[in-house]
Design a protein around this ligand. Structure first.
Ligand code: PLP
Length: 281
């Protein structure tokens, strides 16, 4: 069952008018929240990022955090599966087509849940492949906007060559993946690009840095060049649905020795432990 504008219904019965500004302009924002054992993971942080995205497009938040929590609880109850991921989508609503914001229009609010599938054991054992591309998106990548055409095209470049992700560089510096954050490891130090308007502040990115801090794993947050990525000992990809994944092939070149590295194994194990013990915040 999905949630659309205050009602629960089967997805087949959910329709939005063609004049919805999400459809016409891509005028909206979204969030993706993992649910483990029927409990949302890092919910407060996801709702905070949702507020940041709404502020970024000058759209009022339709609900308080308490109301969001109640609705999301209901979505989880109305869907099967211990592990799910919630997709929340808010647009500026339905109005006569005009770029300027409409007045007195209610936002469209859509929430669905899908099963959360962990990356396969094979993928975690062998690692995944990625390619690189120039980051040609807009300069508000910190806003989780539904207008994802550049991300779609960049991700397809990876799919075309059977890779899992496209790693992006702007002016020679690492930003993130088409749908993930990227870390590298060099000489046992975890390196993360700094948060800015050029990347999405990943919730999983924050968890990884907290795990590094709490477990005495040396890390640095700083600009990372394309050359550094090309000679990294390890490359790690993070996202709410993929958690932490090792990238072992970059283009045609193995990363490090071509196998998932020690720091990946450690962080992946710590992440699994963290999920099991500190689910809510
Ligand atoms: N960067 C982009 C462009 C994304 O689309 C995503 C999530 O899908 C991420 C980073 C990772 O963010 P999170 O860890 O909050 O899922």
């Amino acid at each position: 069952m999905i949630y659309l504008n205050g009602k629960f219904m089967p997805i087949e019965e959910a329709f939005v008018p063609v004049l919805d500004r999400g459809f016409i302009f891509g005028d909206g924002v979204y969030e993706v929240i993992p649910v483990y054992s029927r409990q949302p993971f890092r919910l407060t942080a996801h709702l905070k990022r949702l507020q940041h995205s709404l502020d970024g497009i000058r759209l009022n938040n339709p609900f308080s955090n308490d109301v969001w929590k109640k609705i999301l609880e209901q979505v989880i109850i109305n869907n099967e599966g211990e592990d799910q991921y919630l997709y929340l989508h808010i647009t500026r609503g339905v109005a006569k087509r005009d770029h300027a914001f409409p007045e007195n229009v209610l936002p469209t609010i859509f929430i669905m849940s899908n099963p959360l599938l962990q990356p396969s054991q094979e993928l975690l054992k062998s690692g995944a492949s990625a390619i690189t591309a120039v980051d040609n998106r807009w300069i508000r990548c910190d806003v989780k906007a539904i207008s994802l055409l550049p991300n779609v095209l960049l991700r397809q470049l990876a799919v075309d060559v059977h890779a899992v992700e496209t790693i992006l560089f702007r002016n020679g510096f690492l930003t993130e993946g088409a749908a993930s954050n990227i870390f590298i490891v060099k000489e046992e130090i975890l390196l993360a690009p700094p948060k800015s308007n050029l990347m999405l502040p990943g919730i999983t990115y924050d968890v990884v840095l907290e795990l590094a801090e709490d477990n005495q794993i040396p890390y640095e947050i700083r600009e990372i060049t394309e050359t550094e990525v090309s000679i990294a000992d390890e490359i790690l990809l993070t996202s709410s649905t993929k958690e932490i994944m090792p990238i072992t092939l970059l283009g045609n070149k193995p990363v490090g020795d071509g196998k998932p590295g020690e720091l990946f194994k450690r962080l992946h194990a710590l992440y699994q432990e963290y999920k099991a013990t500190r689910m809510r915040e």
